[in-house]
Design a protein around this ligand. Sequence first.
Ligand code: ATR
Length: 272
Amino acid sequence: MSGKTMVCGIILHPAGHTRSPAMHNAAFEASGIDASYQAFDVPPHRLGDAIRGMRGLGLRQLAVSIPHKRAVMAHLDRVDERAAAIGAVNTITLRDDALEGANTDWIGALRALEREIEPKGRRAAVLGAGGAARAVVYGLLQAGARVWVLNRTEARAEQLASELGAENSGPLEGLADLAADIIVNTTSVGLGSTISPVAAEAIPEGAVVMDAVYEPEKTQLLRDAARRGARPLAGKWMLVHQAAEQFRLWTHTEPPVNAMAEAFDIAGETRR
Ligand code: ATR
């Protein structure tokens, strides 16, 4: 690092588990950009101080993760239309002394799916109705998919579907057949366990099945998908592509996606 090194980073709490610094620093290195990306552990009661600090120090870019994605909006000068619709900001840019909030989670999810399928006109089932579901549903709708939202608490699915303009909603329990071309799990079910949010028999052959849960990399849902003749897509691609879109926004440079994916894997291995 020198006096000219661009400093950026991610604010989150707790900070222990993020693989974002590894991905972004690998991207800067691969692209020959003199920048350094740090993880800042910011507890909720320090969020305002952190954002004022960003402005005070003239830090031009910060990423935002759990638990700050919604709360941070109150501290910004502008929130772009897409982030406002999703109700979450994961990217802040300081431009002409104004802090602008954006969201790259939706496009990350979309780019990840596009590795396997063109979503336009397809039938998509999104499992879950929390913050992650909002970004995924928004992305799928932008791409012209027909979206069903399925959630344990049906009322939340209904509300998300009507707010964002999804076609339908329903309960997660007791599904015999998902009958979709695209299935995305955004619930936390499967995280560090061998449980799946849906019965294996409900997964149609040929469907693209993506799991936002990325630990373990091969979740039970993805294992079931492979066994059923569906196409599993690891959740890491959502994270890699959302980071890649941040990189694009901040550097106006084509993101080195493969270098970022490799760094994501290595960061996972060194944690074990
Ligand atoms: P995030 O912002 O990561 O999406 P969230 O807003 O807490 O997190 O949402 C968690 C999602 O996982 C919700 O859809 C939740 O279902 P409910 O709305 O019914 O709570 C879902 N979820 C969590 N644990 C679950 C479980 N054991 N079975 C089914 N769904 C579960």
